[in-house]
Design a protein around this ligand. Structure first.
Ligand SMILES: Cc1cc2nc3c(=O)[nH]c(=O)nc-3n(C[C@H](O)[C@H](O)[C@H](O)COP(=O)(O)OP(=O)(O)OC[C@H]3O[C@@H](n4cnc5c(N)ncnc54)[C@H](O)[C@@H]3O)c2cc1C
Length: 489
């Protein structure tokens, strides 16, 4: 028997569904992310890096840190619960062992992908799902919470801005939240100046003292900057790496100022060492449109993302067990089908193949007292350059101040300084040929795995925006249940 407790979903009556399973039960024994750019702003008076740091195990507990000049800094730890293998937590006050039951579906991961699958099985087909989540919370990387010290809602895994052009996804998410229209704007600090990101007329005018006033003039400016590459026969050729892509799009000066140093911070590799796809979507605008995204639907959930997951998983057909690693419990599972949203290489670890490479992030939490206003000019300020105007090293990529999002109020503010790193939580697949080829081999194995569907960003070794993750899950659900639907009319 496992101890059953989940602080995130207190209101559920019962999560274990006693529905009798039809047909033979198959006992599944499974053997087997952009450009965000970003030294403290030049107008900042706080010596950000001169204050003490300490490790925090979060969420929800935060280590009480010394407050120095009204600034508290916490280095966010990776959030893997240490007790994962031993403690089982479900979403209900149910006293029964969730693993003693049989389910239609077992789902690894309570992120967007797993939650969308479970929600669809419950509401469309009345089928039961057991979700196994190794972290101590639902929501995967979209998880947000209200910071107790400041009362400001923040995201544990970096700012999440919802945007989509998929009508199906936009319609789907309406069911779980009221959405507040929000068009995200990002600023970068380059040569000590705040400029819009992506590059717009205003970025160029500010950085190069230009007086561009129209799209035609911006096109003309860009044309003069852009570099063309030729093959041996003197024919124009395509870019062979990310440096060439960037030079073709924005030219040498913007590349040197922003894209080259930022890419190095992000990937620990220069653009010339990365495939063309990494910088292939550099957005450059020939107007004053400083919006970060151009999708028709851009909004934030009024009550945050975690509330969406609460709602999605509220069906009594869905059982969620947190603090539990799938690989520790898989022999106990009794399900007809498995949906796996974890890393594909972990699933096939028995093969002994190399691991797929990821870049990760660390988040340094800073709280400022007596700040009814803001620390910085925008929710996200990117720091693409390696040094500031005084020549001091800037080792972080961006600073996120959540108070700006949905105009939250507090007499304090909180912001997170993001740094790229190897190791830790897997965030961004490293796009090089070695990883691509290795992933292909894992993918072939995944395709052969009967009774298992690999869903989501980790299982597909691909950066998915939230809307991509939702669409991918909806489409896989459709595919896997096509026959059931036909059978039932
Ligand atoms: C820093 C950052 C910022 C982002 N910002 C945006 C944004 O602004 N807008 C946007 O649209 N998208 C954004 N995204 C992308 C968004 O986070 C993803 O689209 C989304 O989280 C994908 O959901 P998922 O369920 O596929 O993966 P995840 O959210 O990673 O969920 C997978 C879950 O599986 C669990 N798991 C893994 N292995 C096991 C195991 N062995 N046993 C049990 N559980 C396991 C994990 O703990 C995790 O909770 C951002 C991503 C990052 C990293």
């Amino acid at each position: 028997m496992h101890s059953i407790r989940n602080p995130f979903r207190r209101n559920r009556d019962s999560a274990i569904n006693n529905r009798r399973l039809r047909g033979p039960i198959l006992l599944l024994v499974i053997g087997t992310c952009l450009l965000a750019y970003f030294s403290p702003p030049s107008d900042s008076t706080e010596p950000l890096l001169a204050v003490s740091k300490s490790k925090s195990k979060h969420p929800p507990a935060q280590v009480q840190l010394p407050i120095i000049k009204g600034v508290t800094v916490t280095e966010m730890d990776d959030t893997k619960p240490k007790e994962a293998a031993n403690t089982t937590t479900t979403t209900t006050a149910d006293k029964e062992d969730p693993f003693s039951k049989e389910y239609d579906n077992c789902i690894v991961g309570a992120g967007l992908s797993g939650s969308v699958i479970a929600e669809n099985y419950a509401t469309k087909l009345g089928q039961t799902s057991l979700i196994i989540e190794k972290r101590n919370h639902i929501g995967g990387n979209c998880y947000d919470y209200t910071d107790t010290e400041t009362g400001i809602r923040v995201s544990l895994f970096g700012a999440h801005l919802f945007h989509t052009r998929h009508e199906r996804v936009w319609e789907y998410v309406q069911r779980f939240s009221e959405w507040v229209p929000y068009e995200h704007q990002v600023l970068g600090i380059v040569n000590g100046k705040h400029v819009p990101i992506p590059v717009t007329i205003d970025t160029v005018n500010t950085l190069f003292d230009e007086k561009i006033a129209s799209t035609e003039e911006m096109d003309e400016w860009l044309k003069k900057e852009q570099v063309t590459f030729y093959d041996e026969d003197g024919e124009e050729r395509e870019a062979e790496n990310s440096e060439e892509v960037a030079l073709m799009r924005v030219g040498q000066r913007l590349y040197d100022l922003m894209f080259k140093p930022y890419t190095f911070k992000q990937w620990a590799k220069y653009p010339a060492e990365l495939g063309p796809e990494v910088l292939s979507r550099i957005p450059v605008r020939n107007n004053h449109d400083g919006r970060y995204f151009s999708d028709p639907h851009q909004a934030l959930p009024k009550d945050g993302y975690t509330a969406i997951f609460d709602k999605m998983l509220s069906s009594p057909k869905i059982t969620v067990v947190t603090n539990t690693d799938y690989f520790e419990v898989r022999d106990k599972l009794k399900c007809k089908r498995l949906y796996y949203t974890g890393p594909v290489d972990s699933y096939f670890a028995d093969l002994g193949w190399a691991k797929l490479e990821y870049r990760s992030l660390s988040f340094e939490r800073v709280v400022k007292d007596n700040t009814p206003g803001y620390f910085q000019q925008a929710s996200v300020v990117n720091h693409p350059q390696a040094t500031d105007v005084d020549g001091k090293e800037v080792d972080f990529t961006r600073i996120v101040e959540y108070k700006h999002l949905l105009n939250q109020t507090s007499d304090k503010t909180i912001y997170f300084i993001e740094r790229s790193k190897d190791g830790g939580e897997p965030y961004y697949p490293v796009p090089n040929d070695e990883n691509k080829n290795l992933y292909k081999r894992y993918q072939e194995m995944a395709e052969k795995e009967e009774g298992v569907t690999f869903v989501g960003r980790l299982a597909n070794y691909k950066y998915f925006n939230m809307d991509d993750a939702i669409l991918n899950a909806l489409e896989l659900f459709d595919k896997d249940t096509k026959d059931i639907k036909t059978a039932t009319g």
